[in-house]
Every structure is written in structure tokens, then in C-alpha cells.
Design a protein around this ligand. Sequence first.
Ligand code: ZN
Length: 479
Amino acid sequence: MKNIKSIKKSYHSIFMVTFIVLANTLFVNAQSKTSLVDHFTDKGYSNAVGTTQHPAGEYYKGVTYVAYQGPLEDPYVAAYDHATKKWIGPFKAGVSLLGKNPDKKNDNHGKPALIIDDEGYIHVVFGGHGGLDSHGENTLGNTHLGKMIHVVSKKPLDISSWEVLENIPPFGTYNQLVKMDNGDIYLFYRHGAHRSNWVYQKSTDNARSFDAPVSVLKTKRRSDNLAVDAWYGWFEKAANNKIIAGYNYHHCKDEDDNHDGERHNGYYMVMDTKNHKWYNVQGKKLTVPVTKEHADKMTLVVDTGDSWTVRGTAALDKNGNPHVTYTVGEHLGLIHGGPKQIQHFRWTGKNWTDGVCANLPVATGDMDLSVSGKISLLLASKTKDKKGEISWYHSKDDGVSFQKGTTLLRRKKMGFTISSMIRNAHPDAQAIVMGKVGNSDYGKMYLLGDNGPVQREKSEANQLTAAEKAQPKKSKKSK
Ligand code: ZN
């Protein structure tokens, strides 16, 4: 009996060992065949990237650094080394005041913007949606939620540890960083909630300190006393020490309940950073902060009438002429208006084109004018059969018509949001995209370039826990 038992036992052991070895071999084989995935993390959270808070990424000395909104609306940073094809991170770069109340809807205004200073330190600004009354008096506007926070990497080009720099006001929303060729860094933002001036602060010491805010777009009560003039702006470095701005107008009504996002028109202006004066497209000097009346007279790109707009982005072409985009659509009785088609406007040297460009979809995105004679838009849109996609659209006739180019990413039933173009982008890594599917606040983050997504080992990229996967969507909750 004993012998038979021990023989049985040893057979059993041999069988088990063989099974484990075989299973491991199969597993390893399967893994090595399918181990690369298109996303670099599956822990993007809610509205993880957008075009407003920018740049969200920068290519610097062989590495692309990317920032996005992660769990609890905190800012996360990851890095991709193009030579070794290795991903680093993501690491949490700071803690936002937003996103911490489990009973409230996601806020999504505090997405991170990232810039690398001349000493290689990485700066991230995030977390703002106007600041709180408890932060004190906002002399340039009103307050709402969150706190604009500035963090910097503890060591140059090392995203693993961060510290807070207490050198910016808490009241900002729509943080945007602009770095000039001489190393000066400008932080642009709306100084509070809707009814706040848009401002910039300049730093000449690698963002260790900033000059006081300077207002560039003015909020004020309208003469009809029914609403307040407010703005949405987008600011970017351009050639010859210029900072260009594309913006649109928010008719900010007094009702707090169901406050709608009525926005119209498109505007453009430019600052010469040598003298900090602002000019319109014809080179006429502007009075800043620019009021609605002054903007209508001096900086108007398009009067959209009853149609609603969202500001897009801006760039200068090789001849120094500005191009701006806005998305335009009908109101349709919806709180933020109906679907908006992207429209491209170009200054011909004499006038703005009419923005009526054939073949452009309902989309968001940014543009690339680096190839002479070609206008390229990188857009996140949805196909008629409900596939989300990120595609190039090119124009070779100065924006009269666009042809769809390469599709960098396409997914069935997935909705995409896209960042502005990555600063100094490597061709393989030009924009950061979030893709969401189903009923979850979590989504996959992609880094996209000419070769499609920059891939990552599945075991590294899949970071979401089962508990996180099961979390109900917060966007269904009350605001
Ligand atoms: Zn408003």
C-alpha cells in the first residue's frame, strides 16, 4: 500500500512539474508574442487631456515627457526614451484639490501643463478652477473650485520625485506655459472662474519666481446689464519673440443654475515679448486688457452670429501669417451647444479667410504648419459608424479644402480626447490621446506619432486594479 501510494505521489509530482514547466513555456511564448500594447497606461482619468492646458508634453534630449490627469484628478507624468524604447513611470507629480469628493462630478479643469526649463527641471502646473473663497480675495475675478498649483521635479530630467513651489496665485484656470528661446517662461491663465481677466506672469529665473499677473483680456459687466463679458484663450510661442493668442467670447449670463456655455466669434492677437505690447494682425497696437468692444473692432477673425464656438489653437506659417482654428456649431438648445465642426482661418496678408473648409469633421485638435505650403490638422473625431479616430487632415490649397491623411489610431466605440501638439515634438510622439470606452472614468492613454501609437509592454501598461475597474462613473453624479 505504502509503496503504491508513494509511486502514485511521485507520478503526481512529475506530472505537476511537467505541467508547470509546459504552462510557463506556453505563457512566456504567448506573452512574448502579444506583449506590446498601444497604450502606455490604462489609468487616465475622466477628461485626462485636452488642447487647452498645454503643452501637455515636451520632447527634450531624446526623451518625450508627457503629463495627464490621473486618478482623483491628480497630475501624472510619464516619459519615453526614444533610443532605448523604454517607458518610465507614470509618477504622481502632485495632489490636486479637485477630484477628492466622491459625491461630486468630475471637474476636469485642472489638467496639467508641462514645460522643461533651461536647467532641465520639469515644471507642471495643474489643479485650478478659480480657487476657493478661503484662498483670499481674487482682485482679478471670481472664484469657484480647486487651487492652481506649481510643482517642479526635484532633479533635472527625473520624473520620480516632485516638490511644490509656492510661487503662483491659487486662482488660475486653464494653465498654459509658454517658453521663449531665451529661456523666459510665461504662465498664461484665466485668473479665476468665468468672470475673471485672462493674465500672464513672466519668469526670467526658470520659473523659480514670477512677476505679478498682467491682464490681457478683460472681464466686465455688459452695458445691457444682463450678462458679463468673459473669454476663453489659447496662447503659444511663435517665431521672432512673439506670443500669439486665439480666443473666443463667452456671454456669461447671470443665472447660476444651468449656466450655459454660450460662446461666439473668434479673435486673434499677438504680443511682442521684447516690449510686452500687444498688436492685432495688421500690426496696430492694442489697449490691454482688451475689452469686448476693443476686440470686436481690432482683433475679430470671425463673427459667428448665432452659432456657438469653442476656441481652437493658433500657429504662424512660414511666411509669418497666422492660422487659427475654432469649432463652430448651432446652439440646438443644449447647455454647451450642438456638435461643432472644426474651422480653419488663415490671414492672407489682407484679410481672414472665411473658415469654410471642405471635408473637416466635428473634432478637436491642433495644427502643424512646419511644412511649407501645407496645413496639417491632427484631429480627434468620430466616424459615421461610431468609431473613434485620430487622423491627420491636410490642405495644399491654403485651407480651401482638406483631405484626410493617415489615421494614427482608430477604435470601435471608443471616444477620444487629444492634447495640443507636444512641444518640440519628435515625429514618433506628437500628441497625447485618451481613449474611453464603456461606463468607466478610467481610460487608456496613448502617445501618437507618425508610426501610430508608441507601444509598451502589456504588463507595464495595464495598471488598473479590479477595484478601480468596478468603480461607478462619477460623471453621473451631481455637480
Ligand atoms: Zn459664464
